[in-house]
Ligand binder design. Sequence first.
Ligand code: GLN
Length: 538
Amino acid sequence: MARFVFVTGGVMSSIGKGISSASIGALLQAHGFSVRIKKLDPYLNIDPGTISPYKHGEVYVMDDGCEGDLDFGHYERFTNVCCTKEDSTTTGKIYSQILTKERTGEYLGSDVQIIPHVTTEIKNFIKAGEDKVDFIICEIGGTIGDIEGLPFIEALRQMKLEFGANKTIFIHLTYLPYIKTSDELKTKPTQHSVKTMQSLGVQPDILLCRTEHAINDDIRKKISMFCNIQEQNVIQAVDAVSIYLIPEMYHESGLDKQICEHFKIAYNETNVNKALYEKWGKLKNTIVSPKQSITIAIVGKYTKAKDAYISLAQAILHAGFANSVKTNIKLVDTDNGDIIKHISDVDGIVVPGGFSTRGTEEKMEAIKFAREKNIPFLGICLGMQLAVIESCRNIANVKNATSREFEIDGEYVVDAMESWDHDGTTTYAQNQKGGTMRLGAYKCVIANNTLAHRIYNCNEINERHRHRYEINIKKYSDVFKKAGLIFSGMSEDKTLPEIVERNDCDFFIATQFHPEFKSRPFAAHPLFNALVRAALHL
Ligand code: GLN
């Protein structure tokens, strides 16, 4: 049976619970344990798929098509364990399951309540698959004290009662504000947050204190006393230069040692150091002392939202690690006008995924510029659809080429998937917006003697999708030929274009799928690796 690690957050949001959970996973792996990370989000959406990137950051897509919170990206990148639908839940999902059961009579005769029905559903979610791994790490979204998070904390409290302290641990990530004028780290918000937890019947076992400055013994003692936590379990989490330095920093602060101590697991410093160095230590050298730097532009409309392109930015970073270069990312907002001015000095251009019309003309300007000036270009999802439309308009001279998504009349070279399967009459899942896209990993077959083949060096790949529209190769193959578009990757049944490239540029390639979701810090994704190498003229 697995042991359970519960990660909660205090004081405020955005202090890095996701990266902490992912780092705890990486540390436990360094001890030789198998891990699985789950996230419980207290909001009422069934999943984050319908939340704007402005509000919630990127939607991360898993192999099985689950649309998850961006923290799943951290989990997969740090542990290389693929997450699934069984790892992501929300209040909305829990309630929807309960209400379905209520309607089908599963609770016939009883009233349905938060305790025990909601908490039982939450506990069942946490426990699922407990026989398959050594540790299940559960991150609870939101901040301690939020009304909507209460049933989750209650469920965790019950789990400790059920399984005991030797099977469960509470790690609370909190924040110590630094007051510059008095040069002081303040502990009061942390004390309040722990008090709130205690009032819910939960005593944190370990406090992970996010801080700008190292904490001294006085502060540790004070937190220990007010929060009823042993001094050695008050652990600092100092701001890091790179998120990939965090697992080693936590180790140096003693986090894994204290987790082992809690569970009475033998702690072998030499073995752990070796395992950590093999994985994370080596990476550190390229992070800290890169040989040169390049700039890659991401031309998108969500650039004002800090985390909207997080996996993409990480994938570019990983490709930098693989080539010992620093990759500066220039976020170019399509709303800022004069796109060309902003991209004229970059080494590579990425047009990422996106939805609806706003910004699409500007993105096509960037694509045209990349094509004409022979600047390495990678288009992703909407980026691929726009690359196809741009070539149709400006090379094949089909001036009204467009996508059905943009709601203007024209030649729909990009169309709703089912509209040509059903005589052009129906559009794909018209009235349902949640979970109705082509989601998750699909096979793609790569043609020989193409750029895609040189990049992947194989004929079959599996990549993750998240889109509603497709290139209509059935109707427009002649136009595409005239436009010089080469479809080097196709779906397994050969009906849907997956990769398009041009052979009149050195590096111009676009994919209907999202390669960024499968990039790892230790294994840069071939497409991003190739983009960075092209930007370096290698
Ligand atoms: N809006 C496009 C579609 O739904 C592209 C989606 C995306 O870029 N993820 O097909």
